[in-house]
Write a protein that binds this ligand. Structure first.
Ligand code: HEM
Ligand SMILES: [Ca+2]
Ligand SMILES: [Ca+2]
Length: 302
């Protein structure tokens, strides 16, 4: 279906995948949460139009960065994408796309966080544009209905079971209070475990969140840095943080998958792998479309 292929860089840059992996490992040892960021990057890049590194463009030269959107709130570690890119530029200048860095760093980040090894195709090229103005048509909001969420994923070919698996990424990382307080104040959402709500109120003591304040709660209090099925167990005990998380367990379309994933980490891993590949192959630029950026933050000057 897509023109991507396994080991696309075998001839042009044989060490490309190994270099990315080594950089991801090195960065993880210095800043563990980089691995978390690579997974969220894949979602925010691939979901919006194409897996084309449009997410990584900074505001410059008439381009408005997608990271300025409210939907990108909390995203971090972008500067370390450049660390990976520089290692590749040293080895093979202008050869490995930023879009493939997004895909492969997510794949390698999953492994660092105890998830499965996922085979991924390469050969994606980088966009010449950003889609800052249309992000909200692709990335759901934290309080959207489950039917809207499912239709967003469905529209890029991701089925219900795969969508449930992808949300399992919320088994790692953090959520800032601004995305939680609507479930705590003025009254606690009755679908939230009362003791857990008290804990969350401790993390987020005021309904008026200053977006600049760095108050947040960990997505998964029990295994915060392991990409595992604890997320689904948490949902079944009413400890989902976002409204969309909790709805996954209550909506009859998705709840059977939540129960199955909660009881079987191997099944979760298989579905997560399948789903991440689907997401990573959304509408790539290939052949002579787009370009290979020299610096992931800017389009090349032609
Ligand atoms: C309905 C779909 C989704 C919604 C509404 C959503 C929303 C959010 C929100 C609001 C945050 C917290 C931002 C903050 O306050 O700092 C977050 C964090 C995160 N999301 Fe999602 N998300 C969705 C799906 C996904 C998917 C499919 C993935 C990856 C496969 C993903 C990966 C992550 C990760 C890893 C974090 C933690 C980031 C960090 O700690 O730096 N999310 N998400
Ligand atoms: Ca994109
Ligand atoms: Ca976990």
């Amino acid at each position: 279906k897509s023109d991507l292929q396994l080991n696309y860089y075998t001839e042009s840059c044989p060490n490309a995948e190994e270099i990315i992996k080594q950089e991801v490992i090195k960065l993880y040892k210095e800043h563990g949460n980089t691995a978390v960021s690579w997974i969220r990057n894949l979602f925010h890049d691939c979901m919006v139009q194409s897996c084309d590194a449009s997410l990584l463009l900074e505001t410059a030269n008439g381009i408005e960065s997608e990271t300025t959107s409210q939907r990108s709130f909390g995203m971090r570690n972008f500067k370390y994408v450049n660390t990976i890119k520089q290692a590749l530029e040293t080895e093979c200048p202008l050869t490995v796309s930023c879009a493939d860095i997004v895909a492969l760093s997510a794949r390698d980040g999953v492994v660092m966080l105890g998830g499965p090894h996922i085979e991924m195709k390469t050969g994606r090229r980088d966009s010449n544009e950003s889609y800052a103005t249309v992000i909200e048509d692709f990335i759901p909001n934290h309080n959207d209905t489950m039917s809207l969420v499912l239709s967003r994923f469905q529209s890029i070919g991701i089925d219900v079971e795969a969508t449930v698996a992808l949300l399992g990424a919320h088994s790692v990382g953090r959520i800032h209070c601004v995305n939680i307080v609507n479930r705590l104040y003025p009254t606690v959402d009755p679908t939230l475990d009362p003791e857990y709500a008290e804990y969350l109120k401790g993390r987020c003591p005021s309904p008026d969140t200053d977006p600049k304040a760095v108050q947040y709660a960990r997505n998964d209090r029990i295994t915060p840095m392991v990409l595992d099925n604890m997320y689904y167990k948490n949902l079944l005990s009413h400890k989902g943080l976002l409204l969309v998380d909790q709805q996954l367990a209550s909506d009859p379309t998705t709840s059977p998958f939540v129960e199955k994933m909660a009881s079987d980490n191997g099944y979760f891993q298989d579905q997560f792998s399948r789903a991440l590949v689907l997401l990573s192959e959304n509408n790539p630029l290939t052949g002579d479309q787009g370009e290979i950026r020299k610096d992931c933050r800017y389009i090349n000057n032609n």
